[in-house]
Write a protein that binds this ligand. Structure first.
Ligand code: ARG
Length: 396
């Protein structure tokens, strides 16, 4: 029986060439597995392309709901922004793709899985560490890392083997996209000082500028409705991507620290992700007690590093997610957002479980705060510092 490999297939140039290469050079029967994580595109076209490239079978998995519920939602609970900016778009999709690679390998009795990542990026780390966590017996093949093809070589290889590809010579960008956003790198942007060319943007092209209000409802930290219309999480994200991207909102331009030690310039578009994190964090401002909120933010930083570094399937990430999820019990309520040209901001928040107490906060006559308690509290709060100042402070 021929040995089999399951390839994570995107339909792009590299993975199309990889189908042929794995068959020709490595002697594998290739099963192409394409996961729909909300990147758009026509999966029938992708299926035919994989077959034309020489795959013996193609599996198309609709992973959108699973991606939203099991991967994006834990990240939203953590308000996860790597290096305070990047909502982990690609980093979150790899573990769900990995889980389907491993499942498909079991289904087809494959001994190996393959991915189309280069040797310079984070995604090879996420694929391979994830695969080893879920099934350490699988062999991993990374054709793009070993074949040493330039882009021109790949195009030539594709032409020689009649692989139907769509490689545009004008746009030299590397793009990764899913429900949670879009990442673009390469081309002119490799100079961190160069402004990104206008044609890199797709989700955040402004067509609207008349301000709009919208209300996002959350239940235990999960977005459940927009303007009172209940929707599945993946629908909420997609709808916000469209509605807020149309204001030109959601762009991120950053130089980030990759796991492999390289600084790289990346441009992201993530209108839905940024708006949901903004709204969610705001709702937490009235529903989380102070110490919990502050500790949660510290742990979120660690969560981001783990997810970015390919350690989704790890005991610490799992434990942190349990903590985050527990913290969400009362994060139920509504946040009103305003969208206007190139920005989105919060204009109100409310919750049945709010810790905001009007009678404590107000300066009006309803004030129920016991002012007399403050004097002794402040005196003791400052007592240590006062003693130090009297005895030790240098210039006293
Ligand atoms: N830098 C991002 C990450 O490591 C995105 C990687 C994929 N980017 C791309 N343009 N293909 O998560």
């Amino acid at each position: 029986m021929a040995k089999r490999v399951v390839l994570a297939y995107s339909g792009g140039l590299d993975t199309s060439v990889a189908v042929k290469w794995l068959a020709e050079e490595m002697g594998y029967e290739v099963i192409a597995m394409a996961a729909d994580v909300g990147q758009g595109g026509d999966f029938e076209v992708i299926r035919h392309r994989a077959l034309a490239a020489g795959a013996v079978a193609v599996e198309v998995v609709d992973a959108r709901a699973e991606f939203a519920e099991k991967f994006v939602l834990p990240a939203l609970h953590a308000n996860a922004l790597y290096e305070e900016k990047y909502p982990l778009v690609s980093a979150l999709s790899r573990p769900v793709i990995v889980s389907h690679l491993v499942k498909t390998a079991a289904q087809y009795g494959a001994e190996a899985v393959a991915h189309g990542c280069t040797g310079k990026g984070n995604d090879q780390v996420r694929f391979e560490v994830g695969i080893r966590a879920l099934n350490p017996d699988l062999e991993v093949v990374a054709p793009v890392r070993v074949w040493g093809f330039s882009r021109a070589d790949s195009i030539e290889y594709a032409e020689k083997h009649a692989i139907p590809i769509v490689a545009s010579k004008e746009k030299p960008y590397s793009i990764d996209q899913n429900l949670w956003g879009r990442a673009v790198e390469c081309g002119e942007m490799e100079d961190p000082w160069a402004s990104p060319p206008a044609d890199v943007y797709e989700m955040t092209v402004a067509t609207k500028n008349i301000p709009e209000e919208l209300v996002v409802s959350f239940e235990a930290g999960k977005p459940v409705a927009i303007d009172g219309d209940a929707m599945a999480l993946e629908e909420i994200i997609a709808s916000l991507n469209g509605r807020l991207g149309a204001f030109g909102f959601g762009r991120i331009d950053m130089v980030e620290n990759r796991r492999v030690g390289i600084k790289s310039r990346e441009v992201y578009e993530a209108p839905g992700a940024l708006a949901l994190i903004l709204a969610h964090r705001d709702l937490e401002s009235i529903t989380l007690e102070r110490d919990l909120a502050h500790e949660k933010a510290r742990l979120a930083n660690r969560f981001c590093e783990l997810v970015y570094d390919g350690l989704w399937y790890s005991p610490l990430r799992e434990a942190l997610s349990e903590f985050m999820s527990y913290s969400q019990r009362y994060v139920t309520g509504e946040v009103r957002l305003v969208a206007e040209a190139n920005r989105v901001f919060v204009s109100g928040r409310r919750s049945q479980r709010s810790l905001y107490d009007y009678s404590l906060a107000t300066y009006e006559k309803e004030d129920a705060f016991r002012h007399s308690d403050a004097e002794g509290f402040v005196r003791l709060w400052g007592l240590g510092v006062e003693t130090w100042a009297k005895k030790q402070r240098k210039d006293s």
